[in-house]
Design a protein around this ligand. Structure first.
Ligand code: UT7
Length: 329
């Protein structure tokens, strides 16, 4: 008897969605200034590369943004939503404590019965979710997955803390990942180091009907910066080795969009030409788990990333978590 062919997973469609309210650095600086918080367009651009971010209306939730991105990815993949048998949402800002945002996306899509759950790995969330979906497809647990990164980080920002509130924005990105005879996802790699929980966190929770602790984002920016630069380099090299590829094989690098300085340093260490770096941080800010699929979708729709190109995704964030995925589109 001939052994069964190896099962691969392949991205067949991408989609994204940004809430319409686009806020420039100057607009944000003016509104913070009214509360006595000093910042400027010049500081934000120079230290981060960010020029704009989008903020969702108060009634718009993580699953609202996620389902729009999912619909666009399904259309791009020419995939009937009813055929989806797995939904994973990467988020740190779900609609409720429970159930998951993935169950809400499922309900909004009108597809019922398939597995649906959230992955919480902060800004590494999309790479984690993609890796889980890839594993589930390769082991036969799923055949057509929706993998979504969706965030409303504006809900957890402290607008009295200029060191963090200028950095983040809201948005969603999604891919359809399908079983395939040919690869696809070549390799993924995931890591976490809980010793660094305190450098990027929202140290609050709900208990006994009250918010316990502080429900707003805290970050030791320089500590996160230092760690991010180091782990992004090592994980890029190990995912390439796992896939038996080299730096020269990478057509496009899509790191988590947190800071243009970290992203450029990562590309430089890998000896990638600057034009191979996909950067949307200037227009989106840091959208945590949504940043990578948002950037991927924009680059695909602009015709930069094409079928057959080799793409490296790299996530890094709270936990501390980090990871990478290498795929042929
Ligand atoms: O999403 C997960 C991953 N996150 C990241 O990768 C973020 C990593 N960290 C960073 O991107 C950077 O550390 C930041 C952009 C957060 C900060 O940049 P930095 O170059 O590390 O600045 P800093 O924190 O060392 O602050 C430099 C100065 C300080 O003033 P003094 O103490 O030198 O007088 C800050 O108070 O800049 C000041 N500052 C600001 N000034 C104007 C901090 N935030 C602002 C601001 N506007 N918004």
């Amino acid at each position: 008897m001939t052994p069964p062919l190896p099962r691969h997973s392949r991205i067949t469609g991408t989609g994204s969605f940004l809430p319409p309210n686009r806020v420039s650095n100057a607009q944000l600086a003016a509104s913070l200034g009214a509360d006595g918080i000093e910042t400027s367009d010049a500081w934000i651009v120079e230290r981060t590369g960010i020029r704009f971010r989008h903020f969702a209306e108060a009634t718009v939730t993580c699953s609202d943004l996620g389902v729009e991105a999912a619909r666009r990815a399904l259309a791009a993949a020419d995939c009937d939503p009813q055929a989806i048998d797995l939904i994973i949402v990467a988020t740190s800002t779900p609609d409720m404590v429970f159930p998951s945002a993935a169950c809400m996306v499922q309900e909004k899509l009108g597809v019922h019965g398939c597995a649906a759950f959230d992955v919480q790995a902060v800004c590494s969330g999309f790479v984690y979710a993609l890796s889980v979906a890839d594993s589930m497809i390769k082991t036969g647990l799923a055949s057509k997955a929706l993998v979504i990164g969706s965030e409303v980080f504006s809900r957890i920002l402290d607008f009295k803390d200029r060191t963090t509130c200028v950095l983040f924005g809201d948005g969603a990105g999604a891919v359809v990942l399908e079983a395939s005879d040919t690869p696809g996802i070549l390799a993924t790699e995931l890591h976490a180091d809980g010793r660094h929980v305190g450098i990027l966190c929202v140290p609050g929770t709900v208990s006994g009907g009250k918010v316990l602790g502080d429900p707003l984002l805290k970050m030791d920016g320089p500590a996160v910066f230092k760690l991010a630069v180091s782990v992004l380099d090592s994980v890029a090299r190990s995912v390439l080795a796992k896939a038996d590829r080299s730096e020269a094989d990478v057509d496009w690098l899509i790191p988590h969009q947190a800071n243009i300085r970290i992203m450029q340093s990562t590309a430089k260490k890998l000896k990638l030409a600057p034009e191979k770096l996909i950067a949307t941080v200037d227009r989106h800010g840091n959208t945590s788990a949504a940043s990578i699929p948002l950037a991927l979708d924009e680059a695909v729709r602009e015709g930069r990333i094409k079928r057959g190109d080799t793409v490296m995704l790299e996530g890094v964030g709270g936990g501390f978590t980090w990871g990478a995925a290498l795929f042929d589109l």
